[in-house]
Each structure stands twice: as C-alpha cells, then as structure tokens.
Design a protein around this ligand. Structure first.
Ligand SMILES: [Zn+2]
Length: 285
C-alpha cells in the first residue's frame, strides 16, 4: 500500500527546548535536534502530525506550555501541543496547571504524566483534578510507563498494573500507556486488552547506545509483535518514536517490519491516532 503523504501520526515526540539528554540521542541517531529537523524526518516517512509531549524539565508550567505552543504554531499545526504537571509539587501547582490548560484549550490536545521520573503513583489523589479535566476537555492522557532514560527515575512508579485502577475509575478518559510499559510489555498488553479506554504506543523501544543494535531491533520487533497479539486488537496500538531517543526512520522501520498485514500496520502508523485525536484523513498541503 503506498504511503499517502502526511496521513501518518507520531503520537510521541519531544522536540523540546528543555531536555537533559536530547542532544546526545540526536547526535547518536545522526539527526538534527530541532523542530525543523524533525519535520523533515516526518516528511520522509509520510507523517503529517506529531504529538509534542510537554517537557517535564521546563523551569515553570508557563515555560513548558510556551515551548510546546510556539513549536506547534511555527510548524503550522503539525505538532500537537500537550500539557504536563508534577503532582508532588502540591495541590496549588495542579490547580495552576489546570487553569493554564483551560486557557489553552481546545488547542491543547492532551496531558502527559511522568510518574517514574517524578516519583508519584498514577493513583495519587492529587491527580484527581487532572483526570477530571481530561474527561471534561475530552483529551487523552499519556502516561510514561516502564524504563526511564534517567537513572534516578524509580520504575516501580511506572508499572502498567497501576494504570488499570485509573482506567477503571475514569472510563470516559482515554489513556495512552507509553512505551508498551517496556520491559513489562505483557503487563501493558493486559491493561490495554482489558480496558477499552487504554491505548499503548510503540515509542522509545530502541536504545541507540546499546551494543548490537541490529540484534536489538530484531528482538524488539518480536516482542512488539507478541505484545500486539496479546492485546488482540490492533486498534489499540499507536505508533510513536520518542524522538530524539529514536530517529523517525528507526521507529517507523520497527513497525513497518512487523509480520502483520499492511492495513494493520497503516492503522498503527496513523489511522488509530487520527481517530483518537479527531484528525482528518490527510494533512492538507
Ligand atoms: Zn517520551
């Protein structure tokens, strides 16, 4: 099936101004670390839109939102902005975030949570207003799951099993379980299989700094295939790269190389996310 220009969606990119290791990954992946550089990679792969997950390292909520909004505007709407908040900073911080998101809605297309990096449970009561806002604003919540690129992350906070409780309690909210919960991919598959409001993304599954990179890609493609079979519904699987942690070429290649029918792969690479985010069939040029 030929790729229509711009019909695909990357649900997980970080063309951020605030990043500790972004430039290192970009250099290793031999990509240009800028929103313009990312757009060129997206063009080559037929990707119309990228969901820009709000950086957690911005000094303030305002600066994080400003970063995603500016990049979204400069890209002509091809980057979809999201917000984030650290609930460990307290109720006032959460309330302030929601006030800012409301002001930016409906431009804001989602919320990203970083439980492993920031050491909070997804069931933390301080997050109730966040889930309530997502329900009212009808935007999905992306939740980082599994391994953290920062060794100071605590991955017990990033186990997919805990998202089950949140998904059950907030049935009207759509969740994106990021990174298929790697290394807990079977666990992630169960949560996405069991809960109609949980999707899972293919982002950040490759580590360009690991030895035997080609072997790693083969291993991960097999695990990805098994995870998709375990979920049992290809509509729940969303392509993402985690750029600049993976280049677009490597992340798309991981999916394109799967032993699945072509229409299923195109669902993963675009159709599912277009349905979830209410995007048109193709990016109008
Ligand atoms: Zn990410």
């Amino acid at each position: 099936m030929p790729v229509e220009w711009g019909s695909r969606v990357d649900v997980h990119v970080h063309p951020s101004r605030y990043s500790r290791h972004g430039a290192l990954f970009a250099e290793k992946n031999r990509v240009e670390y800028s929103p313009a550089g990312l757009l060129r990679e997206m063009d080559t792969a037929g990707i119309g839109w990228g969901v820009f997950l709000c950086p957690r390292l911005a000094p303030t909520l305002e600066e994080g939102l400003q970063n995603v909004s500016e990049v979204a505007t400069t890209s002509g709407g091809r980057f979809l902005p999201t917000g984030t908040v650290d609930p460990t900073r307290g109720e006032d911080e959460v309330a302030h975030a929601i006030e800012l998101w409301s002001r930016n809605h409906p431009r804001l297309r989602g919320v990203k949570l970083y439980p492993g990096y920031l050491h909070f449970d997804v069931t933390d009561p301080r997050l109730e207003p966040v889930y309530r806002w997502a329900e009212q604003a009808r935007v999905p919540v992306w939740v980082h799951q599994g391994d953290t690129s920062d060794p100071d992350g605590l991955i017990r906070y990033a186990r997919p099993i805990f998202l089950d409780e949140v998904a059950v309690r907030w049935r009207a909210v759509q969740f994106v379980l990021c990174h298929m919960g790697n290394p807990w991919m079977e666990e992630a598959a169960e949560i996405a299989y069991k809960n109609e409001n949980v999707y899972t993304d293919t982002s950040g599954l490759l580590n360009p700094f690991a030895e035997h990179y080609d072997g790693q890609i083969r291993r991960m493609r097999t695990r990805l295939h098994h995870t998709i079979l375990a979920v049992g519904d290809v509509r729940k699987i969303l392509y993402g790269s985690d750029w600049p942690i993976s280049s677009i070429a490597d992340a798309v290649g991981l999916v394109e190389g799967l032993d699945l029918p072509e229409p299923d792969k195109e669902r993963i690479l675009g159709e599912n996310a277009r349905e979830l985010l209410g995007l048109p069939e193709d990016l109008a040029r």
